[in-house]
Design a protein around this ligand. Sequence first.
Ligand SMILES: C[S@@+](CC[C@H](N)C(=O)[O-])C[C@H]1O[C@@H](n2cnc3c(N)ncnc32)[C@H](O)[C@@H]1O
Length: 241
Amino acid sequence: MQDKQTQIISMFDSIASTYDVANRAMSLGIDRAWRKEACRLAFLELKKCEDIVIADIACGSGDMITSWIHNAPKDTHIKHIYGYDPSQEMLKVAHEKLHNLSTSTIELIKGEAKALPFEDQSIDILSISFGLRNVLEYKQALDEFVRVLKPGGIVVILEFFKPQNATLLQKLMGFYTSKILPFVGGIISSNLKAYRYLPQSMRDFVSASELEGLMKERGMRTTLLKGYSANVATLYMGVKS
Ligand SMILES: C[S@@+](CC[C@H](N)C(=O)[O-])C[C@H]1O[C@@H](n2cnc3c(N)ncnc32)[C@H](O)[C@@H]1O
């Protein structure tokens, strides 16, 4: 399994330099709105506004970190944001993009989601956007998410889950996701193989309701499970009791 995981991480290394351009073209910029809503709702759900510690897992080029900073309410003080990802090249892009933002607040760390370098109960908000699908040992990662969260802490997962009971519109969107998006991403990155992996990884992953079940088993209380753009993307939000 580690071989396959290493290949996935190398694939992200190879598309890192074109990742942002491909992402914007593929989602037509809509991913920004999904991230924005996720961050706003998480800040609302969190019952504190001082000294907030955020960990963004599979941070990639850092878009979710930017979103956390830009969407923090005025009276909210973020103490620290960790960006965590196993791809050195993605972290390099993140570093270049984020270094003008408040650098003392942001720390980028290399590593896999199955073993987080954070202490038990040390994180207020943990996010992972379009990353969990790539973590082959995702159940171990979910254990880690719950371990590092403080009681009352929030998990935010934005993901392309395995489709379930699709309506006609969802089937059409599924066609767009599985055929057109990989083509657009493949052309921009000159790496068709890497983007063919996207629909395959969705098919191999769990559905949104299965993910919710796994989080419940780990003691998380769901506060939101919402699909966007005919359920192409789903936002899961849960609180640690
Ligand atoms: C589709 S990108 C998402 C990046 C970013 N979160 C975003 O929303 O744009 C997936 C990220 O997952 C990372 N990744 C792959 N395997 C991982 C693992 N085992 N643990 C943590 N992150 C992983 C990749 O390096 C890549 O940066």
